[in-house]
Design a protein around this ligand. Structure first.
Ligand code: ZN
Length: 307
């Protein structure tokens, strides 16, 4: 909820600032030519002619990103905060889920959680035996993570990370699609990973049946807050450029709370004639009811760095 809230709340402020964005015409993964696929809101989505990667023509800059993270979350009447705490349990459960998955491949060690938000996923990992710290661009949220949860949290983006620490695992759950400089960010992540260490990445799957059926109306196409849409092969190709190889992949067992589920469903079907009755029906779902997310359009993958 927290990351979602931040990214959904900034679209307007970024629109007016789009002249600050840099233009990306070649593929940011393989540097080959690309073409415009469709326009979403006022942004062109391009597709690589070679690897198929989708990306926005106007890429955000560091200045845009600082606006994104400009901490509106803990301001106001606190309604968002209450929503977020309601989802804390789900995020913690996700951390435990990933810790369970990882135990087949590595023993718990040190983890850097990139885009840690308030640290609940990290908390789930720590409860499963990991020692961790967070990296979070929003200073207010980082402070919450540090004070309330007692987890060391560095304020900043991955692109600007400078640390002497070398981690067993760098975790990037739902963040890679937001990086303003993909290769700079992953270079920093690579430097912060021990030889033989791992990356766990979770992101949207552009090649999933749901994404293909929905086409340009797929709910994950939300520029400019997201600027990259991967499929497992093009992500693997990108990661290989940093000396990592994929060793496992799957679809996460995610849970959603009532409000988020409703907003996703409304967005998915608002162009249908029966969208309105559906929306009315959705109001009957209790907000506190957590239900499994069955979209199948999210994947995780584990990559290992060469020794
Ligand atoms: Zn490409």
């Amino acid at each position: 909820m927290l990351k979602r809230f931040i990214f959904s709340s900034v679209t307007d402020s970024m629109d007016s600032d789009i002249n600050l964005a840099s233009l990306q015409l070649t593929c940011p993964i393989c540097d080959q030519s690309s073409k415009r696929l469709f326009r979403k809101d006022s942004f062109w989505i391009r597709g690589c002619d070679r690897c198929g990667h989708h990306f926005t023509e106007q890429q955000p800059t560091a200045k845009n990103v600082s606006k994104i993270y400009d901490g509106q979350y803990f301001q106001g009447d606190g309604a968002g905060y209450i929503d977020y705490l309601a989802e804390a349990d789900l995020l913690q459960r996700l951390g435990q889920y990933y810790a369970d998955k990882l135990q087949y491949y590595l023993v718990p060690g040190t983890v850097l959680d990139v885009g840690a938000a308030a640290g609940f996923i990290l908390k789930g990992m720590i409860e499963s035996g990991w020692r961790g710290e967070g990296l979070e661009p929003n200073p207010r949220i980082a402070e919450f993570c540090q004070q309330q949860l007692g987890q060391k949290t560095t304020v900043g983006t991955l692109e600007e990370l400078q640390t002497k620490e070398r981690f067993d695992l760098v975790m990037m759950v739902q963040v890679i699609q937001h990086f303003y400089n993909l290769k700079l960010a992953l270079h920093a992540a690579s430097v912060a990973t021990k030889p033989g260490g791992y990356w766990l990445i979770e992101t949207w799957d552009r090649s999933s049946p749901l994404a293909r059926i929905r086409g340009r109306n797929w709910h994950a196409y939300t520029p400019p807050s997201r600027s990259h849409w991967f499929a497992p092969p093009d992500l693997e190709q990108l990661i290989a450029q940093f000396g990592f190889q994929e060793i496992a992949r799957g679809n996460p067992n995610k849970w959603m709370d009532g409000p988020y589920r409703k907003s996703v469903l409304r967005y998915q079907f608002m162009d249908k004639a029966w969208g309105k009755p559906l929306a009315q029906g959705l109001n009957l779902i209790p907000d506190r009811l957590a239900t499994p997310y069955l979209g199948g359009d999210i994947f995780w993958a584990l990559y290992q760095k060469a020794v």
